[in-house]
Write a protein that binds this ligand. Structure first.
Ligand code: TEU
Ligand code: CA
Length: 563
């Protein structure tokens, strides 16, 4: 493996600092809290950290609205804290990637403060401004992610500016070369300090169709979806290749992972083909849409395993290298969404981890999933902190949904489910903070916490440690080909990884019942040895027919050269 391809052997732990560990009792997690927990993070077996944004920000969107890309938000700490974190992470043998949010900045960024003043100053075209329509209304019918129009009027310029997200998140104009090179300068600033790469936020929106004509409006909406004409626009690959050329020429050993919402497989291939020199991998969203309902993400639709399996397998077979994830700070807790957070929480969390991590690509583990943290089950709207939750509640109530239904949709799918404080021990505020946490702690910290998990050989944490060790120990699990097994089985998600004469058979039951599972004929009478299971007494050798218990996950190794 070429040294600069370390990301093929990376297992990444995503930290949401605001909710990770608070060391100065203001109820907000901070960088010193991350430093304090590096030993724990290392003990999981991961080798790379991804930190969500900690730069100066009004925190309208919890840091995804940056007002100074080269300063640390005082809520999270100081530049010295960050420099210490970089040093300490490396001392622990951990790479560290930052979250670069450059599709948009905060409206409090100095660039925007200047840009909105006039049509001809140095920053006038750092953002996307358009004249009002003759009747004074917005330039187009584009809606924004968080609800409402994607356009906001500014009197001083007598123009509207574009914001795909909140109005406090004006989109940067990537058609401006000065702006692009100002972003590369920010990347250089952090790479020079030793950062090992970036997760690039909303990167598929950087280049837009700039005519901004009206877009189609779905029947239950008043405005057009934010991704029409804005995702995977005309110059996106040109800009990423320019970024690659500028950045990699000076820092050849970094990792760039793009978050690419609303990106098809064909488009994703263009981002990750190595010889195109754009990104190493992308977070795509197809498998995150398997439980969308008539109002999109917020719904009470339960996913079908067959849809999840089909989507993940499609991307495994079509894309050379995938970012593997089932949860993050934008998604509900994976054990609640795809597993069973009640009786089979432990079994299903382990099985899901196995199915995710042993696929081909770089696994991303979100803080708390390694101990099986669940959705928050908030019962009051006032418990939610995410602007998306509050905007969604308004939207759903305008659609005449009952309060119960609205609260049910939020409880199942809100991003705040993944943003409740990390549960360290069975103590006040789960050991996260001695102050009042910025968001309620999940009430189940008494039996779901790191401390208990570390003292329990059969914990989800212990299983993650063994699973990550298995993932990293051989070329089979890194480079082996992926093939689905029994692609239509109603309960079991099964696949094999193959490299030369070695095969790894991975089987995960998504059923709460015991199921009978018969291996396909091509796997008849082969010698398979058990390497991992989430039950104690799984048979040591692969048999033709298996009886998988509720959420049973098993991994067998076949060495065909012994045949
Ligand atoms: O999310 C980009 C994105 O696609 C959003 O639509 C995301 O899928 C949505 O929040 C799900 O409901 C990135 C960040 O991950 C997210 O936290 C930010 O809110 C967003 O960009 C704006 O920076
Ligand atoms: Ca703090």
């Amino acid at each position: 493996m070429k040294t600069n391809e370390w990301w093929r052997h990376a297992v990444v732990y995503q930290i949401y600092p605001q909710s990770f560990k608070d060391t100065n009792n203001d109820g907000i997690g901070d960088l010193r809290g991350v430093i304090e927990k590096l030993d724990y993070i290392k003990s999981i077996g991961v080798n790379t950290l991804w930190l969500t944004p900690v730069f100066e920000s009004p925190l309208i969107d919890n840091g995804y609205d940056v007002s100074d890309y080269k300063k640390i938000a005082s809520d999270f700490g100081t530049m010295q804290d960050m420099e210490k974190l970089i040093t300490e992470a490396h001392r622990h043998g951990l790479k560290l990637i930052f979250d670069l949010v450059v599709n948009h900045s905060s409206d409090k960024h100095q660039w925007f403060q200047e840009s909105k003043l006039s049509r001809n100053n140095a920053y006038s075209d750092y953002y996307i401004w358009r004249d009002p329509r003759p009747d004074g209304t917005a330039p187009s019918n584009l809606g924004s992610v968080f609800g409402g129009s994607a356009w906001t009027y500014v009197k001083t310029r007598n123009q509207y500016y574009l914001h795909l997200f909140a109005q406090e998140q004006p989109d940067l104009n990537w058609d401006s070369k000065e702006l692009r090179y100002a972003v590369y300068d920010i990347m250089d600033f952090w790479l020079a300090k030793g950062v090992d790469g970036f997760r690039m936020d909303s990167i598929s929106f950087l280049s837009k169709n700039t005519n901004f004509d009206d877009v189609p409006v779905e029947d239950n909406k008043k405005l057009g979806a934010y991704y029409y004409g804005t995702a995977n626009g005309p110059h996106i690959h040109e800009y990423l290749q320019e970024m690659h050329q500028v950045i990699y020429s000076k820092y050849p050993n970094i990792m760039l992972v793009g978050e690419t919402p609303h990106t098809s497989m064909q488009q994703a291939k263009l981002y990750v083909e190595p010889n195109r020199k754009e990104l190493n991998m992308v977070f795509q969203f197809e498998h995150m849409h398997v439980d969308y309902g008539e109002y999109g993400r917020y719904s009470d639709v339960t996913f079908k395993m067959s849809d999840l399996r089909q989507s993940m397998a499609r991307w495994q077979e079509a894309i050379s290298w995938n970012a593997l994830y089932l949860g993050n700070h934008d998604q509900p807790r994976l054990v609640s969404r795809f597993g069973n957070e009640g009786r089979y929480r432990e079994k299903s969390a382990k099985m899901l981890a196995m199915i995710q991590i042993l696929q081909k690509g770089t696994p991303f583990i979100y803080q708390g999933d390694e101990i099986g943290m669940t959705n928050a089950h908030f019962t009051r709207l006032s418990q939610y902190r995410d602007l998306e939750a509050h905007n969604t509640a308004k939207f759903l109530q305008a659609k005449q949904l009952s309060k119960e239904q609205t609260m049910n949709f939020l409880a199942r799918k809100s991003r705040d489910n993944a943003r409740t404080p990390m549960q360290w021990q069975n103590d006040v505020n789960a050991g996260f903070s001695a102050g009042k946490p910025w968001i309620d702690v999940n009430t189940n910290y008494d039996n779901i916490n790191v401390n208990d998990a570390q003292n329990d050989k059969s914990s989800i944490l212990t299983f993650y440690q063994r699973l990550i060790a298995l993932k990293l120990q051989s070329r089979l699990t890194i480079d082996g080909d992926f093939t689905l097994i029994n692609a239509n089985d109603s309960s079991v998600f099964a696949y094999q990884r193959q490299l030369g004469s070695q095969k790894l058979i991975v089987l995960g039951s998504f059923s709460e019942k015991k199921v009978r599972y018969v291996l396909p004929k091509e796997l008849m009478n082969v010698q398979g040895k058990l390497v991992l299971s989430n039950y104690q007494d799984t048979s040591k050798y692969l048999t033709q027919t298996l009886f998988l218990r509720p959420y049973e996950g098993v991994v067998y190794l076949i060495n065909e050269q012994h045949e």
